[in-house]
Design a protein. Structure first.
Length: 179
């Protein structure tokens, strides 16, 4: 069984820029900078036969290259129980169109449709009872964060392997987008 998701990888300079944000919040378990990515669709535990069908469906998908903008920070989980800290993505119709094509391809091969609304983001940290004042200070300090525009030239099928040190991500297949 493979634990899979479809995502957009980042170049080293963007991973470095994001890693510079990763401090100053007690109760935050920061994501390893090598794992920064934008998830298009989480698939979960999958047998190799289904993974082969997913790969074939994604390889047939057609979409154009585009540019997206990472900007701002926020949290998932409201009130006094925030669960994760993230960098946001500015509105990008091409990103939503790509995600919709990925979703349609996965449903066609028999996966259950994703019930959650697509909320593009890059997870910086998982939160476990963070100091709320420190979290508020972090959000205020980084509210104006903007990375350089990211040229999206493809996406990947990625496997997540659990280790004692945390998750390790490994590309299983890459799908370039034409010009």
């Amino acid at each position: 069984m493979l634990r899979l998701f479809v995502g957009i990888g980042f170049p080293p300079e963007l991973k470095l820029r994001l890693s510079l944000l990763c401090s100053g919040v007690d109760g935050a378990r920061w994501v390893d900078p090598g794992n920064f990515h934008l998830t298009l669709r989480f698939i979960g535990e999958t047998g190799e036969d289904v993974a082969a069908d997913v790969d074939e469906a994604l390889a047939r998908l057609r979409a154009r290259r585009f540019t997206l903008q990472l900007a701002g920070t926020g949290v998932f989980g409201g009130g006094d129980k925030p669960r994760s800290l993230w960098v946001g993505v500015e509105r990008c119709p091409e990103l939503v169109a790509l995600r919709d094509k990925v979703e349609q391809a996965l449903v066609r091969v028999g996966l259950t449709p994703e019930p959650r609304k697509f909320s593009p983001h890059v997870t910086l940290a998982r939160l476990h009872r963070p100091a709320l004042d420190g979290l508020a200070s972090f959000l205020a300090a980084h509210a104006q964060f903007r990375a350089d525009p990211l040229a999206v030239e493809g996406f990947s099928l990625i496997a997540s392997f659990q280790t004692k040190a945390g998750s390790v991500y490994e590309d299983q297949a890459d799908y370039p987008l034409p010009h």
